[in-house]
Design a protein around this ligand. Structure first.
Ligand SMILES: [Zn+2]
Ligand SMILES: [Zn+2]
Length: 157
């Protein structure tokens, strides 16, 4: 398997915002919460959990927006002010990680969710894989996601 090399680069749809991530993501999952459905205008969001310190914008200034998550946390999002693409979400106070919209990576060929959260509000037509990790709401422990992502072996460890 070809390993993904660091930094991982990506950006918004119009190219105004560019970023890089210089450590491997911790995990990738799909979120089916009502906020992610609204924000994406779709059925779920594909998120890569990354260390906040490993992330930086390399060009452009993001716009910031805030909201309260389905779990009651104060969340903020970095958005392109030109094209409206969501790049990453964080939390205040910081929990040390960002959830990056995995579809904004330049190369998404390695992006493979370990599982699904908030399936309580998933669309009724969703078909989950038999070995997908499934959580009704927000999991308290993401260890199974982290281990499954690591086992996919996309990054040098
Ligand atoms: Zn843009
Ligand atoms: Zn969500």
């Amino acid at each position: 398997m070809t390993k993904v090399s660091l930094p991982v680069e990506g950006g918004c749809q119009c190219g105004e915002l560019r970023y890089q991530v210089n450590q491997p993501p911790l995990m990738i999952y799909c979120c089916h919460c009502s906020n992610c459905q609204k924000i994406s205008g779709s059925a779920f969001a594909v998120s890569a959990t990354i260390m906040e310190a490993s992330f930086e914008f390399t060009s452009g200034e993001p716009r910031k927006t805030t909201w309260t998550s389905d779990a009651g946390n104060q969340r903020y999002g970095y958005i392109c002010g030109e094209c409206g693409t969501r790049i990453a979400h964080g939390q205040e106070p910081s929990i040390g990680v960002l959830s990056l919209r995995a579809g904004t990576f330049d190369d998404t060929s390695w992006v493979e969710p370990a599982g699904h959260i908030w399936i309580k509000s998933a669309q009724s037509w969703m078909n989950f894989g038999t070995d997908d990790i499934l959580c009704d709401v927000q999991p308290t422990d993401y260890t199974p996601f982290v281990e499954k992502f690591k086992a996919q072996g996309h990054f040098e460890s």
